[in-house]
Design a protein around this ligand. Structure first.
Ligand code: ZN
Length: 333
């Protein structure tokens, strides 16, 4: 049993309260490897932004949960080395699907867990979330729950169709489950193909797909029912077209990849949405940089020569998100 506090990590309670009051959102970035983690910490330390490091079940399989946790512990020390005196870093389980998995993360030093019972019938979702909350709160670990279903593909989470969160359920759900934050479905979606071309319109000037707007009426109704309660958005990558273009230019094939426009996320960040999950954009930045280096220098075989530029590109991406989209810079001095 390791408590996250001994690792220098923090839970999400205080960061969310400040974010709601301050009208900004905390970035939740997924990581699977060293370069991603270095980039996240560098961008967060340089901008003094609180940050949530997310580990998905796919990341646990890819990189090993033990290794990822030690990496997060190392990240706190790395942040201090970069001159961030009081780093505010949470280590969060993304899309936990069983009590046992959440418990093992709590026992292992995570400061926050998500229990995703959104695919279950309503009462079962409450019961499972409550079970995780009762365990996690003994150790001051915060719990994110989900109500409503997001479409898209994220590691092991696959849903064909989305169902918006029903605002009339959120008071009952949050009260009875005891969750600390709630992921809701308002039209965001997992992955790099968030909408089919049929769901989009076409910008006549650029020929690019324009996705349908988020359901801010649903968000407003949720906030109306739960004033000041922390709301989470999953699937909130913007799928920057410059990365898609580089990938396609250098041998990739990602037709019609489309994400959530940043102006929509900026608007959400000013509301009770206090955690915005971004994963795909980092994958795109990484892949674009690697493809470009390997295409331009076909003789290159030192992974540092393409993972290095990929890391630099991710630092740029994370810094942009923190300052230009979420507004969380300077909030963890
Ligand atoms: Zn998610």
């Amino acid at each position: 049993m390791v408590n996250y506090k001994d690792l220098g990590l923090v839970n999400t309670r205080e960061m969310f309260a400040k974010a709601i009051n301050g009208g900004y959102a905390i970035p939740a970035f997924n990581f699977n490897n060293m370069e991603q983690l270095q980039a996240i910490i560098k961008a967060s330390a340089e901008t003094k932004s609180p940050v949530i490091l997310q580990v998905s079940s796919g990341a646990r399989k890819y990189a090993n949960q033990t290794l990822l946790r030690y990496m997060a512990q190392g990240a706190v020390e790395y942040a201090k080395e970069l001159g961030w005196e009081h780093p505010q870093i949470a280590l969060h389980l993304d899309h936990g699907n069983t009590f046992e998995l959440c418990k093992s993360c709590v026992d292992f030093g995570f400061s926050s867990v998500m229990i995703d019972g959104s695919a279950l019938p309503y009462e079962e979702n409450i019961a499972l979330t409550k079970q995780v909350v009762e365990y996690a709160h003994q150790f001051d670990v915060t719990v994110e729950a989900e109500l409503g279903v997001l479409a898209g593909v994220e590691d092991d989470v696959v849903a064909e169709e989305s169902h918006y969160t029903k605002p009339e359920e959120v008071i009952d759900f949050s009260t009875r489950s005891g969750c600390d934050s709630l992921a809701i479905s308002i039209g965001t979606s997992h992955g790099a193909y968030k909408f089919t071309p049929e769901q989009c319109t076409v910008d006549p000037a650029t020929g690019r797909l324009v996705p349908p707007p988020l359901a801010f009426d649903v968000l407003d109704a949720v906030m109306d029912k739960l004033p000041g309660f922390p709301i989470v958005l999953h699937g909130s990558s913007s799928v920057p077209q410059e990365y898609v273009d580089i990938i396609n230019k250098y041998g990739g094939k990602m037709p019609n990849a489309v994400g959530i426009p940043e102006d929509q996320l900026r608007k959400a960040a000013k509301s009770a949405v206090c955690k915005i999950n971004i994963d795909s954009d980092s994958r795109l930045a990484f892949t674009a940089a690697v493809r470009q280096v390997l295409a331009e220098k076909p003789g290159e075989f030192d992974p540092r020569k393409y993972c290095g530029p990929a890391r630099d590109e991710m630092v740029k991406l994370y810094t942009h998100k923190i300052i230009e989209v979420l507004g969380s810079d300077g909030k963890a001095l």
